[in-house]
Write a protein that binds this ligand. Structure first.
Ligand code: ZN
Ligand code: ZN
Length: 140
């Protein structure tokens, strides 16, 4: 998710609004497209990046094991510096790559235990039938 910042770097105070597309690969899930709509500000010492990242990963429900779409919209508010430290991501030259900042922001927004819906009934512990599709007969 690379942004050309040659113009932005020309003077302190310059701003740049951009949309960039990329791919989000959740730790346990298939890669999906993601988009960042951000505003960059040249702060002199660093470049501030503010905006929103959106994606729709497919997660696996921890109860019924079905996959489902989980739309995410996450705020991004980071600084990038040519001398990165714990507060700032790095960039070099005239290209700023949002990829790692976006990946971290989205990864943090994923639920620890995903559930397809609040009232998901899960699987029968005896036969493994998906109880969202109706009773299995074990309890009868
Ligand atoms: Zn479920
Ligand atoms: Zn059963």
């Amino acid at each position: 998710m690379r942004i050309n910042i040659a113009e932005l770097k020309r003077e302190v105070g310059r701003r740049l609004s951009v949309r960039v597309q990329g791919t989000f690969a959740p730790e346990d899930g298939a890669p999906v497209p993601c988009e960042a709509a951000v505003r960059l500000t040249n702060l002199g010492e660093a470049i501030a990046v503010e905006g929103q990242v959106t994606t729709v990963p497919r997660l696996t429900c921890s109860r019924c094991l079905e996959t489902f779409e989980y739309p995410l919209a996450v705020r991004l508010d980071e600084e990038f510096s040519e001398h990165p430290d714990e507060d700032a991501f790095g960039y070099a030259g005239e290209v700023l790559d949002l990829g790692e900042a976006v990946r971290q922001a989205l990864e943090l927004a994923l639920p620890m235990r995903a559930v397809c819906r609040e009232d998901c009934r899960g699987l029968c512990p005896s036969c493994g039938h998906n109880l969202n599709q109706g009773p299995c007969g074990c309890s009868a």
